[in-house]
Design a binder for this molecule. Structure first.
Ligand code: ZN
Length: 140
């Protein structure tokens, strides 16, 4: 994580220590997707509940490095209340940003912008992406 902006690192550590929306809900209306990242030991499950095209709830569970855990925590905070189509667009934009691909700068990534520096650390890109890939899969 050295090299990441200090403020960004603080936000990541804060979410790592105090994860938001942690713990899964036992309810069949929630869609669930789990992804593991063997190279780092990250194991994340994302759960979403959408109704009438709106994401009503988003939960996360798992263990792993600070980047993977913080990115899951921030994801859940951003997505609750979003339209499903808007949420997919945000996730796509975020994944392009951290992979150092072209991304739509008009999309507001909110607190997830703290991961913009991850593109300079290829080994950590997967850590920062798995929660978001799992999230997209819950919407399919
Ligand atoms: Zn990791």
């Amino acid at each position: 994580m050295s090299g990441l902006d200090n403020l960004y690192r603080e936000v990541i550590m804060e979410h790592y220590k105090n994860p938001r929306n942690k713990g899964l809900i036992e309810d069949s209306k929630y869609k669930l997707f789990r992804i593991k990242n063997p190279s780092c030991g990250d194991d994340i499950t994302i759960q979403t509940y959408a109704e009438d095209g709106i994401i009503k709830d988003c939960r996360q569970m798992g263990h792993g490095c600070s980047i993977s855990m913080a990115s899951a925590s921030i994801l859940t905070e951003i997505m609750v209340g979003k339209k499903v189509e808007e949420a997919k667009e945000i996730a796509e934009t975020y994944l392009n940003m951290i992979a150092n691909k072209e991304f739509n700068k008009d999309i507001d990534l909110e607190e997830a912008t703290v991961f913009s520096g991850v593109k300079d650390f290829p080994a950590r890109i997967k850590c920062a992406s798995i929660a978001w890939v799992a999230f997209k899969d819950t919407l399919e």
